[in-house]
Design a protein around this ligand. Structure first.
Ligand code: APR
Length: 227
C-alpha cells in the first residue's frame, strides 16, 4: 500500500518546539511580515537571521518523539512518501531517511546570489560569505510567504499514486499543503487526519484521530499492519 503523509508543527510540539498558531506560538512573538517574507529579509536581514538563529538553537536542545519514530518504522513496512511543512530535522533524527521538506530546512543555508546550499552554522549573520561565490547574501534555506514551496512535482506525483493520505499535526491553514487532502479525497482514497482537534480543512478527511501525536501516530502505524 502506498501511503502519503503530510506533517505539520503539531508532530514536533511534544518534542518541545513551538507551533505557529497556538496561543504561545511562533507567530505570536513575531509578525510574519517582520521575519518570514523576502521583503522582511531585504528590510532587516539581521532580525530575520536572529529569528531563525533562535529556532536553530532551540532545535539543538530537543529530541524526536515517538510520532517521528513511528513514521520511520512505517517506511520499513510500507511505500511511504513523507512530506513535511516543518523545517526542523526531527523526522531525520527520528530515523526517516527520505523526507520532503516543502518549506525548506532550518539546518541549511542558501546563497541568495548563486543558489548554493550548505549546512547552516548554528548562528548565521547577514555578512556571512557564501562558501561558493563569496557574496554576503546568505539566508536561511526556508521557503518564505510568497515564495514557491520546494519539491511540488514530486509531491503531486505521490498524491496521484497514493492509496492512503494522512495529515498529522497541521492546522490546514496554509496552501498548497492545506489542499492535499482535498486532492486525495477527489481521487477516492481514504484520508485521515491526526490532530488535537479538527483542522481548518477537516471536511476533506473521512476520518479523524484526536489526541497527542506521540500517542496517536504509533497506534495508527501499528494498526496499518504489514504491507
Ligand atoms: N499532537 C497533534 N497535533 C498537535 C499537537 C500535538 N501534540 N499540538 C498541536 N497540534 C496541532 C494543532 O491542533 C494544529 O492543528 O498542530 C497544528 C499546528 O498548526 P500550525 O501551528 O498552524 O502549524 P502548521 O499547520 O504546521 O503551519 C503550516 O504555516 O506558518 C506557516 O510555514 C509555516 O509550515 C508552517 C505552515
Amino acid at each position: 500500500m502506498r501511503i502519503a503523509v503530510l506533517t505539520g508543527a503539531g508532530i514536533s510540539a511534544e518534542s518541545g518546539l513551538a507551533t505557529f498558531r497556538a496561543a504561545d506560538g511562533l507567530w505570536e512573538n513575531h509578525r510574519v511580515e517582520d521575519v518570514a517574507t523576502p521583503e522582511a529579509f531585504e528590510r532587516d536581514p539581521d532580525l530575520v537571521h536572529r529569528f531563525y538563529n533562535q529556532r536553530r538553537a532551540r532545535l539543538a536542545e530537543v529530541q524526536p518523539n515517538p510520532a517521528h519514530r513511528a513514521l520511520a518504522d512505517l517506511a520499513q513496512s510500507h511505500d511511504l512518501t513523507l512530506i513535511t511543512q516543518n523545517v526542523d530535522n526531527l523526522h531525520e533524527r527520528g530515523g526517516s531517511a527520505d523526507v520532503i521538506h516543502m518549506h525548506g530546512e532550518l539546518t541549511r543555508a542558501l546563497c541568495a546570489a548563486c543558489g548554493h546550499r550548505w549546512p547552516a552554522p548554528l548562528v548565521m549573520q547577514p555578512a556571512d560569505p557564501c562558501p561558493s561565490c563569496g557574496a554576503a547574501a546568505t539566508r536561511p534555506d526556508i521557503v518564505w510567504f510568497g515564495e514557491m514551496p520546494y519539491h511540488m512535482e514530486r509531491i503531486w506525483q505521490a498524491l496521484e499514486e497514493a492509496d492512503l493520505f494522512a495529515a498529522i499535526g497541521t492546522s490546514g491553514n496554509v496552501y498548497p499543503a492545506a489542499g492535499f487532502a482535498q486532492h486525495a479525497a477527489r481521487r477516492g482514497i481514504p484520508c485521515v487526519e491526526l490532530n488535537l482537534a479538527a483542522s481548518a480543512n477537516a471536511r476533506d478527511f473521512a476520518k479523524r484521530i484526536i489526541g497527542p501525536a506521540s500517542e496517536t501516530v504509533p497506534n495508527w502505524v501499528a494498526g496499518l499492519g504489514r504491507r
